[in-house]
Design a protein around this ligand. Structure first.
Ligand SMILES: Cc1ncc(COP(=O)(O)O)c(C=O)c1O
Length: 451
């Protein structure tokens, strides 16, 4: 469906350029020293990132002085929004006492215990500074324990910036990713050595028959399968419960470890997405929300898989691993996110998803919204689909210029979504904030699709 309304890509982009012009200038200034202007490429929102001055609760204030309702929340990390009093108190207390020592502090014990209590498959856990690092650790633990070298990942799965994982995140056609049922590892960045590509087995989402065939053929060499049960960076694709159970049975049978990456999906429920599905992986990755906005990552799992680490045979260390600021902020965050808080935020997200989905279908607008928990995906499609089962469906059917128009115009009208077609809610959002999102999305879509 063409956009034939008063909002077009040109009008939305030109409004964005003038509304966020100071951000554009800052990105150019930063670019004199930092390639692209800032250290995280993924912050780019169209031509450049939106620079921020401060955040409070569900809102942030940009350098231009605009107040934006934050549905980005640092790529889903900030489940408590900005400056939650409990997190600030935990950080302030450490600022007084000191927070960088060549000695452990006790906060990491408490955070470890909380995660083990919430996620029963996790009996032991080690912290790092990012989920990227923890994914690398998981790979090492899997290789050390199985004596096998290959790892298997899904198309559309993101597990941080490690070489082994920056493959087939976006299997764009121009990269020649092979047929859907038998994908080939394709790099999503320059600089990945050939031997790394050859050591990664790529699996198709929600296609158990093909996964079984591929894994059986490489079972003797494959140490682990790593997977997000609902993807994030690769676009929101929910792996179906039966499919996930099937992968669990298959990996057990083939003596391959199953690693579930809950970096984003711990948002979905008190025990993560594995709790919702009732599946027990061998290893689990955590990140984002467990640090309350301070850098963190963790890998946890079955106690026996950590025995080699206990015996000093698997190296795991980093200057800031288990950092007290991150673990203290994480404790405060998990304390606030009790079962009731999960219930509330998930209900708010479901209201957005269901209201907008039904409304758009009624209007015959090609807008869909989907996902589980408080991190949701939306897409403007070519009109042929109301659901996606794989990232390939998404790449084929989403209409990128429409997606850009929508994202620019939401920002122009005071809402900050993720540029890649996703939103993440925060606990301080009120019913009025939810209504604001729904109303703004409806007015943008109406202005895009009706004359
Ligand atoms: C599922 C998943 N795994 C791993 C990572 C990497 O986390 P980090 O950015 O903390 O390295 C991310 C980050 O977005 C993620 O979404």
């Amino acid at each position: 469906m063409k956009t034939n309304g008063k909002v077009t890509l040109d009008s939305a982009a030109s409004n964005f350029a003038s509304r966020f012009s100071r951000s554009g200038e800052l990105a150019a200034e930063g670019g004199r020293y930092i390639p692209g202007g800032y250290s995280r490429h993924s912050l780019t929102f169209g031509p450049h990132a939106i620079y921020v001055e401060r955040g409070a609760g569900a809102y942030l204030q940009t350098v231009e002085g605009h107040r934006l309702l934050d549905f980005h929340n640092n790529f889903s990390c900030n489940i408590l929004g900005h400056g939650h009093p409990r997190v600030r108190a935990a950080l302030a207390e450490l600022v007084e006492r000191g927070y960088s020592f060549g000695n452990p502090m006790q906060h990491e014990h408490r955070l470890a215990a909380m995660l083990c209590e919430r996620v029963p498959s996790v009996e032991r856990i080690v912290f790092s500074c990012s989920a990227s690092e923890s994914c690398l650790s998981a790979m090492r633990i899997a290789r050390a324990n199985t004596g096998k070298d290959l790892i298997a990942k899904f198309e559309g799965g993101y597990h941080g910036m490690g070489d082994d994982f920056m493959l087939s995140l976006h299997p764009f056609r121009e990269l020649f990713p092979g047929p859907a049922h038998n994908p080939i590892a394709v790099p999503n960045t320059a600089g990945i050595p050939r031997h790394v590509r050859e050591n990664v087995v790529v699996l198709p989402q929600n296609d158990l028959e093909s996964c079984a065939r591929i894994l059986r053929a490489r079972a003797d060499e494959t140490a682990c399968v790593i997977m997000e049960l609902q993807t994030g960076a690769g676009g929101v694709i929910t792996l179906e419960r039966d499919f996930v159970q099937g992968v669990r049975e298959l990996t057990r049978e083939l003596d391959i470890l199953m690693v579930i990456d809950e970096t984003i999906t711990l948002r979905a429920g008190y025990g993560g997405m594995q709790g919702i599905y009732g599946v027990q992986p061998d290893l689990t990755i955590f990140g984002k929300m467990i640090g309350g906005g301070v850098p963190i990552g963790a890998v946890g799992g079955r106690a026996d898989l950590f025995r080699m680490a206990e015996e000093g045979m698997i190296y795991h260390s980093g200057t800031h691993h288990g950092h007290p600021l991150a673990t203290a902020a994480g404790i405060a965050t998990l304390e606030v996110m009790d079962q009731a808080a999960y219930g509330r935020i998930n209900a708010q997200a479901a209201r957005i998803r269901d209201t907008l989905g039904t409304w758009a279908a009624g209007k015959e607008f090609p807008f869909i919204m989907y996902g589980v928990g408080s991190h949701l995906g939306y897409e403007i499609t070519d009109g042929s689909a109301r659901t996606y089962r794989s990232c390939r469906d998404m790449i084929r059917r989403s209409v990128e210029p429409h997606m850009q128009t929508f994202a620019f115009e939401m920002a122009n009208r005071g809402i900050f979504p993720m540029y890649r077609g996703q939103i993440a809610l925060s606990e301080p959002m009120t019913d009025a904030d939810i209504e604001t999102f729904i109303g703004t999305a409806q007015s943008v879509l109406t202005d895009m699709f009706t004359g």
